[in-house]
Design a protein around this ligand. Structure first.
Ligand code: NAD
Length: 503
């Protein structure tokens, strides 16, 4: 494989008609480890100024009727449709995910645009029965303010869109701190959004801004008193730092943190279907999805049919350049990720696991590119390493005898993002979906835990942070609720029948 990522990046920027930026923060493609561009790190003062500008934009935008706000998002969706191919390519180049997934990520942006446009005519509140005659009680929803978005490297554009498209129709302004590992895709998205703004005509300036950099730039956003909602996607470690800081100033957080997702394969499972779902969920995106399948609980009746077959698949899965057709597994994001994977496999061995795979591939290509054979690890049971999220393609496989035992083991993980069961037994499926079943935010039957559609609320419980974004009623997080009581009578009855005498 010979590949020139820097030339590829330059040609994509040209195709997108965007000036390549420059600065002190390098972006390297995980495909060959080469530098493909750079951006300028925002100082704390830059972040402060961006939030102040965003606040001014919000003050104007909040009074624009929501369906008109939706028109801007509709136009953005049109621009994304025009540029899907080039932007999807850039996502693959900067993250190392396969092209199908890069394009899928841009499609997800388009889908959330469509969703948000519809939503712009449905920001409804309730009318509530009141105990007082001649009164009316209702809820109204108003724009919230500036939304700060901090995103992870693995979904460098979709996560911003999930947040921003809802925030814009809700009447908010957005300041985005993308991952320091994927700054160029953020530059491209911002430029495409500005193209939509130009077509729209009269949007306030600075409705959407990007501040680049690592932890320090993020902290400046986290601590800013005018960031009404801080939506942070990344590791649980990051969430532990961010959540108390925002709480300190009584700001709101929307946390989308680490996952450690499980699947139960029951005796009646359609194994051909399960095999396919397990493969994509465990090795897709090189195991670097928050919803990646990491723990597989297989019933003893089907273990010896399913697991040897998975071992075969793992041994032959195509690992290589993610831009080439036929590749299923691209590179890990960087050396740190490779080292974390090796350390986890070492721990798994120490804890009684039998490891297949995990070795580095294509090392001759470049010192800076880390391709690995996905690892499948048969474990004697759940151990500390299986309860830890290692952001790499490692699937821990465990045998179970009774469903209750499998559900209890599944729920033992400190994280609570995504889960699934493969079964054709309706009792088992419903048990898994019930209050006594999986404790995750996403609970599926006969499909894998990853690959959510935008129509549902996305997020998870426990150490995953409890946030919900994207579909359903996630929009409410981006607005503030006012309860209104209106008296149209000639009396002033008090609630709870309280009487008082005026002096
Ligand atoms: P990370 O936590 O290293 O970084 C995420 C973002 O947080 C980056 O932009 C980073 O600069 C910023 N950041 C880090 N520390 C910060 C701090 N103290 N204050 C402010 N900002 C800070 O995560 P990553 O390696 O980019 O992504 C992988 C992790 O993200 C995994 O744990 C994965 O499960 C999780 N993730 C979760 C979801 C979800 O929806 N639940 C989605 C994608 C990724």
């Amino acid at each position: 494989m010979t590949f020139h990522s820097a030339a590829e990046a330059a040609s994509l920027f040209a195709r997108l008609r965007i000036d390549a930026p420059g600065g002190d923060l390098d972006s390297c493609s995980p495909i060959d480890g080469a530098r493909i561009g750079s951006v300028r790190t925002a100082s704390a003062a830059d972040v402060d100024a961006a939030v102040e500008r965003a606040h001014v934009a919000y003050l104007a935008w909040r009074s624009v009727p929501p369906p008109r706000r939706g028109e801007l998002v509709r136009l953005f969706g049109v621009v994304l449709r025009e540029e899907k191919e080039a932007l999807g390519h850039l996502v693959s180049l900067e993250t190392g995910k396969i092209l199908q997934e890069g394009l899928g990520e841009v499609q997800e942006m388009i889908d959330i645009c469509d969703f948000a446009v519809g939503l712009s005519r449905q920001l409804y509140g309730l009318t509530i029965a009141t105990e007082r005659p001649g009164h009316r009680m209702m809820e109204t929803w108003h724009p919230l303010g500036v939304v700060g978005v901090i995103s992870a490297f693995n979904f460098p554009v979709a996560v911003w869109a999930w947040n921003a498209c809802l925030a814009f129709v809700c009447g908010d302004a957005v300041v985005w701190k993308p991952s320091e590992k994927t700054p160029l895709t953020a530059v491209a998205v911002q430029a495409l959004f500005e193209r939509a703004v130009a077509r729209f005509g009269d949007a306030p300036a600075d409705l959407s801004q990007v501040v680049q950099g690592g932890r320090e730039s993020g902290v400046a956003l986290v601590d800013h008193a005018k960031v009404a909602l801080l939506s942070a996607t990344g590791s649980t470690r990051m969430g532990r730092e961010v959540a108390p800081r925002v709480a300190e100033r009584f700001g709101r957080t929307l946390l989308e943190l680490g996952g450690n997702n499980g699947m139960v394969v029951a005796p009646t499972a359609d194994l051909a279907l399960a095999e396919r779902a397990i493969t994509f969920a465990a090795v897709g995106t090189a195991g670097q999805r928050c919803t990646t399948l990491r723990r597989l609980f297989v019933h003893g009746d089907v273990y010896d049919r399913l697991v040897p077959r998975l071992r075969q698949i793992w041994a032959s899965v195509a690992v290589g350049n993610p831009l080439e057709e036929g590749t299923l597994v691209g590179p890990l994001i960087d050396r740190g990720s490779f080292e974390a994977m090796q350390a986890a496999l070492g721990r798994a061995r120490d804890e009684g696991g039998t490891v297949q795979g995990g070795e580095r591939l294509h090392a001759e290509l470049s010192d800076g590119a880390y391709y690995v054979r996905p690892a499948i690890v048969e474990m004697p049971g759940q151990t500390p390493v299986t309860l830890t999220e290692t952001f790499a393609p490692i699937l821990y496989v465990m045998r179970y005898a009774a469903l209750d035992e499998a559900i209890a083991a599944h729920n033992d993980a400190p994280q609570g993002l995504a889960s699934s069961i493969f079964t054709n037994d309706i009792r088992e499926a419903e048990t898994f979906l019930s209050a006594a079943g999986s404790d995750c935010g996403i609970v599926n039957v006969n499909i894998g835990p990853s690959g959510a559609e935008i129509g549902g609320a996305f997020g998870g419980e426990k150490e995953t942070g409890g946030g919900r974004e994207s579909g359903s009623d996630a929009w409410r997080t981006y607005m503030r609720r006012a309860t209104n009581t209106i008296n149209y009578s000639r009396d002033l009855p008090l609630a709870q029948g309280i009487n008082f005498n005026m002096p």
